[in-house]
Design a protein around this ligand. Structure first.
Ligand SMILES: CC(C)(COP(=O)(O)OP(=O)(O)OC[C@H]1O[C@@H](n2cnc3c(N)ncnc32)[C@H](O)[C@@H]1OP(=O)(O)O)[C@@H](O)C(=O)NCCC(=O)NCCS
Length: 166
């Protein structure tokens, strides 16, 4: 079932999104952070995300402009072991042409509503490379607190946490 935010239609990632996800990860401004992807690797990735929806009832969304229908990016929640614990992790990736308009923050808000509403979570975490200033700014806009720095696959990352609002 798609989820609607003010400007976006958020669709649970499924194998049919492989072409859109590949185009997103091949956007040069995104590839700078996400590396090089082949069609086969993206197909494995969309299948992995679809399994997350089936098993955990949550994973990332593809985000489409509600008016034009164009792909804006992907983001949202997924279950992941972060800093030694199974947690709900929130993230975002946008095509370069959509940066600077609040779309990542909008996806993040939809993720938090899902986490603290239907999923009844106590906390959500988010992390990014320490040098990823734009992603850290999204976390801070959403009210996350920087709790520690940690190495993830050898890369220096900043971990942010947000507890359920009282
Ligand atoms: C990280 C990323 C998603 C952040 O995108 P972004 O456009 O900077 O973030 P938002 O969509 O929340 O937009 C915020 C900007 O829009 C502005 N804005 C306009 N309308 C807004 C609104 N309604 N709400 C919030 N911000 C709004 C903000 O002032 C801010 O402007 P600034 O960049 O000049 O400070 C983007 O840089 C990206 O895709 N990077 C590559 C992939 C990546 O690194 N992902 C994160 C991996 S952990």
């Amino acid at each position: 079932m798609p989820n609607l935010s003010a400007r976006l239609r958020l669709e649970p990632v499924a194998p049919r999104h492989a072409a859109d996800l590949l185009a997103l990860y091949r956007d040069p401004a995104v590839a700078e952070w996400y590396g090089r992807w082949t069609r086969a690797a993206i197909e494995r990735e969309t299948r992995r995300m679809a399994r997350g929806w089936q098993i955990d009832g949550v994973h990332k969304w593809m985000a489409y402009d509600r008016v034009t229908g164009l792909c804006v990016g992907r983001g949202g929640l997924s279950r992941a072991v972060v800093d030694g614990r199974d947690r709900l992790e929130l993230g975002w990736v946008l095509h370069r042409r959509y940066w600077g308009r609040g779309f990542a923050t909008e996806i993040g808000r939809a993720g938090l509503e899902f986490a603290f509403g239907p999923l009844d979570a106590d906390e959500v975490v988010s992390f990014t490379e320490r040098r990823n200033r734009r992603s850290r700014a999204v976390m801070e806009r959403l009210g996350f607190h920087h709790t520690k720095n940690l190495l993830i696959e050898g890369v220096g990352c900043a971990l942010y946490e947000l507890r359920r609002p009282r």
